[in-house]
Design a protein. Structure first.
Length: 500
């Protein structure tokens, strides 16, 4: 029997009334297992209204009350790790261990939110003038919204709403309609932890729901993670409607391998970073730049490792990589491989014909490795978002860095080398928001912020960390003066204020 996913509004499940439904498939079998309600603009308005009503009390609640709920929430999430991961595997397709890792990285931000009392401490300067003090404080925005992608249906929402609600905001989450169940469970567990009704709401939907949030007068800010074209649209539309926006876009992450690098370590890293999560992550390494004469040896080492990766259903403990999210996405990813040779690449591994016995209708694709890829080819220019690794050649360090910096994307990058001086130059010269030195996927820990440069980020704030706290709050400066009780009023003085 097909499962139905409804909205979560005002602390309870609310059945969809729009009459529009989206299919959710099991990527390993290709079968439709769930239908998800797609919200109308009116249903979005109901969720925003619930959040606005809850803000009247949550926005002025004590830090002690907020953190007490968050500590309880962290404990419940920890107790339900496997249940959340099972939902991710069932609807996204990633292997269970990878899904558990996603939950763990989301928990980092919940833990950061538990310590929000430190993050929200203000500043005070006393006696800036005679009996004059100046204080800087941060206050919540009100109702804020998050629009999240299919590739991390638990982690990315947890990058947003725990910090937002810890800062005193209320939240409306619009997760991907391709794998919606994890978001509902996150909201239900928050309610069990004691989060007041309406503080966290989940509405499912497509562009209708997105546009309703972007245009809603009661939504103060929008967080987004997704592709660059949609990130541009989110930023432009929400900004035009007077909202604060952080919109994280796509990527083409490069790994520069210098001639002195440990090639075995570099090959291990390239395979893990390119093919983990089936390449469906914005921090995947999708382009390796081999410098000097090491290219052939590095490609061979990558190939040897890639050929051993076991592909299968995510709920099979022996599987190392699962299927792609949809058949349409699988076909799009495959098109970059089938067209690569005509655009000058050497196809070292072609995974487009891969199938899994007993799961022939699943959204399967094997690992693909393209060598000697040109910078004007489709496989290099586009964010493929699948298990396809491009290898480019450069004669020098300078040429490699220039190639990376010429990319319109600037999300993450990495260098593999034994030379500390070269690594130091790289981290200063490369144009990307996150840099790894002998670390292939430099996703920051929760108390640092995540975000890219150039076409990988639209808006001024990165996500989570200090930037996340600043995004979900606004500053206020208060200047006060109290007369000494022993002094009589001085009367009116129309002159320039005396600060000394």
């Amino acid at each position: 029997m097909t499962k139905t996913v409804h909205h979560w509004i005002g602390g309870k499940t609310v059945e969809g009334t729009s009459g529009n439904w989206g299919p959710v498939t099991d990527p390993a079998t290709g079968a439709v297992t769930t239908r998800v309600a797609l919200a109308s603009a009116g249903e979005v308005d109901t969720a925003v209204a619930a959040a606005k009503a809850a803000y009247a009390t949550w926005g002025t609640s004590s830090l002690a009350q907020r953190t007490a709920v968050l500590f309880q929430y962290r404990a419940l999430l920890d107790a339900h790790r496997d249940e959340i991961a099972d939902l991710i595997t069932a609807e996204h397709g990633k292997v269970h261990s990878d899904a558990l890792g996603e939950v763990a990285r989301g928990l980092e931000i919940v833990e950061l939110a538990c310590g929000i009392t430190v993050q929200l401490k203000g500043e005070l300067s006393t006696q800036v003038s005679n009996r004059v003090d100046v204080a800087a404080i941060r206050q919540p925005l009100g109702v804020v919204a998050g629009i999240t992608p299919f590739n991390f249906p638990a982690m990315v929402p947890m990058w947003m709403f725990p910090l937002a609600i810890a800062c005193g905001n209320t939240f409306v989450l619009k997760p991907s309609e391709k794998d919606p169940s994890a978001a509902n469970l996150l909201a239900e567990l928050a309610s069990q932890a004691g989060l007041p009704d309406g503080v966290l709401n989940v509405v499912h939907g497509d562009k209708v729901a997105v546009d309703a949030l972007l245009e809603h007068p009661d939504v103060a800010a929008v967080s987004f993670v997704g592709s660059t074209p949609i990130a541009k649209y989110i930023h432009t539309t929400a900004s035009a409607n007077g909202k604060r926006v952080q919109a994280l876009g796509g990527a083409k992450n490069h790994m520069l391998v210098l001639p002195d690098a440990d090639l075995d370590a570099a090959a291990d890293a390239a395979v893990s970073a390119a093919y983990g999560s089936a390449g469906e992550r914005c921090m995947a390494i999708s382009a390796v730049v081999a410098v000097g004469a090491i290219g052939d040896e590095l490609v061979q080492k990558i190939r040897e490792r890639a050929e051993k990766i076991k592909i299968g259903p995510g709920n099979d403990p022996t599987s190392e990589m699962g299927p792609l999210i949809t058949a349409a996405h699988r076909d799009k990813v495959a098109s970059y491989v089938t067209g690569a040779a005509a655009q000058g690449a050497e196809v070292v591994l072609d995974g487009t014909g891969h199938t899994v016995d007993g799961y022939e209708n699943g959204h399967w694709i094997g690992l693909s490795l393209l060598d000697k890829v040109s910078t004007d080819s489709d496989a290099y220019r586009d964010e493929i978002f699948g298990p396809v690794l491009c290898v480019l050649r450069a004669d020098t360090y300078e040429e490699g860095v220039r190639l990376i910096n010429d990319s319109p994307f600037g999300n993450g990058t990495a260098i593999f080398t034994r030379d500390g001086g070269a690594a130091r130059r790289f981290q200063l010269e490369v144009q990307a928001g996150m840099v790894g030195v002998n670390v292939p996927i430099p996703v920051p820990v929760g108390y640092h912020s995540f975000g890219g440069w150039k076409d990988s980020l639209f808006g001024d704030h990165h996500i989570y960390g200090n930037d996340g706290v600043h995004f979900y709050t606004r500053g206020k400066v208060v200047t006060t003066r109290w007369p000494d009780p022993s002094e009589a009023p001085v009367g009116v003085d129309l002159g320039f204020p005396r600060n000394h």
